[in-house]
Design a protein around this ligand. Sequence first.
Ligand code: ADP
Ligand code: MG
Length: 314
Amino acid sequence: MEIISAQNIFKQFGNFTALGDVSISVPEKSIFGLLGPNGAGKTTLIRIINHITAPDSGQVFFGGEKLSPKHTEQIGYLPEERGLYKKMEVGEQCVYLAQLKGLSKRDATKKLKVWFEKFEMQEWWKKKTEELSKGMQQKVQFVATVLHEPKVLILDEPFSGFDPINASLIKNEVLRLKNNGTTILLSTHNMSSVEELCDNIALINKAKVILHGSVRDIRQQHKANTYEVEFTGDLMTFTKALFKDFALLEKHQEGVLCKTTVKLLYDKTPNDLLSTILPYVQVQSFREILPSMNDIFISKVQQTEMHTTVGLTE
Ligand code: ADP
Ligand code: MG
């Protein structure tokens, strides 16, 4: 069941097309990654889904209904431009923000104490926001976004500005929220944690969706018949055995162990590879290599750049 769907969204800023016919569909209780380089149109789409910017055309649905302000109550939104009141005390500010989302002061304070303890922020409660570093403020804003336990979380570049430890803290929280039934739509230009985090993605480049679907399917579709083979035995004999049916892409030796990457050529199967090498070496491990989302992302974006260039020169 999909909870958010954006259909055929167009958005121009003057002559510039920020979104040119973009559609995405976010299944319930999963993590959806809106991926793409800087300037792709991710924030523009997120702002449209949050009712902040209106599209020129196209529609957004929430739980099957046309998106309206009543739905925004069920959404927790972390904007890309973080904004807290600088002069206000951190605790007071969080309670205030929670009250805006409908929590009572008592409830908000209780919940906040739990989060502040979990994130080791207790000492910040009485500090003015401006006394905190940018990363610390971002942590506060994340807590303020998730505190009222919205059904849907929309996080625009939630990891940017964090050191690796805090980025991983936030990542684990996002995964925990998903396991508790929250739907999460997040944007990121950083592909490093996409595999661990996202169930589904849309890759946007220059105002268009150039790849979408489940991370599992996408990695399967882009696999290149490549296997990691570890063995003990003679590397030269192994290489000769591969002959012309398999390509040795990488090799290195660690003591007696040889680690190689082999690509199947023609219509060769993994079993063909195994039966070819078994007479010569002792196989220690054999594993298919799926491309990383980062590799797929780079090759897809480069492909579209090439098409655009070809288009221009024609
Ligand atoms: P992303 O979040 O993927 O980095 P954005 O959605 O912020 O990208 O921006 C997409 C493009 O639209 C950029 O080229 C940006 O300069 C342009 N853009 C975004 N907002 C505005 C605006 N209010 N006025 C003019 N151009 C804008
Ligand atoms: Mg952005």
